[in-house]
Design a protein around this ligand. Sequence first.
Ligand code: CP3
Length: 346
Amino acid sequence: MPHPADSLLVRALHGERGTRPPVWFMRQAGRSLPEYRELRVGTRMLDACLTPDLAAEITLQPVRRHRVDAAVFFSDIVIPLRLAGIAVEIEPGRGPVFENPVRTAADVARVTAIDPDVVAANAAPVRDAVRLVASELAATGTPVIGFAGAPFTLAAYLVEGGPSKEHLRARAMMHADPAAWHRLAGWLAEVSRRFLTAQTEAGASAVQLFDSWAGSLSAADYRAFVAPHSRRALEGATVPAIHFGVGTAHLLTDMTLGGVAAGVGIDWRTPLDTAAGILGSGVTLQGNVDPALLQAPWPVLEAHVRDVVERGRAARAHIVNLGHGVPPEADPTVLTRIVEFVKELR
Ligand code: CP3
């Protein structure tokens, strides 16, 4: 039977170039799919994530439909915080909202007093869902990608209490109260680590750490206040890790986390050959089809995907993906067409 460890995705993360690059999409599971919207009726987002049958089915939907080379576990970066007992909901069209924002040293003390092992103890629904997905995919050897939020991106929501544009409160805490910041970020790293471990123990063959909002940081702040915690979140992972952020051209070298990340996700702004020039041959690149071009006529999009693949040849290995998640309004038939196109490449 084909094994996920021999899949194009896992081999690409180990630096091997197969006959063609593997392809999957961030947010491939979700609102762009009518079958997802149908299944989600009447169930809140985070409750769906914690219902194993439902989370497994939603994870599998895009694999069946698009024939992508990997499943990405349907969950959310705030799930480990919910498992830690923190009151959080996802507001449709807005994002994660916390009942009690974590803004003062006293707030930080309250939250970090929660033992991160509580997350592991409460993670049975996560393990069960990943196990279901892995067993469904065993016949084809399709790998499951587990994921977690990086400490900064989680803090960007938790400190603010909800989505924000420039993540000012989290960035301010670093300088106003560095001790509180490091305590909070260190705790978030432990919580995300437990979430990743639950997924890898249940059969995830790779993981991705999402630091979606890291691009709002200066390189100096990233290095001093964020990178050590992100590194900690991935430390001890038993499978290769991809590290992703948006607007991170100035952070790419730091985002390899001193070799802890096997792959770095590149957004649509930085051409892959430019990123490869910066990062060298020690790391695999993932990306970076511009999500805006999903709306373009097919010949325009095809030329763009071809260009992405050509530039990706400058990296030691390349995983085709978007430069950020699938927009909810994307036409899923376009995603299927990208997969078919990449699979015909030689
Ligand atoms: O990629 C996948 O298909 C796997 C599932 C996944 C979700 N969220 C499902 C989801 C993953 C990997 C995430 C990660 C995530 N969650 C990130 C990092 C990735 C990124 O896009 O940068 C962030 C920042 C979050 C926090 C979050 N959760 C936001 C901003 C939103 C959108 C809110 C909205 O309605 O616009 C969510 C909700 C969410 N997470 C949805 C899905 C499918 C939509 C929920 C719905 O169906 O209403």
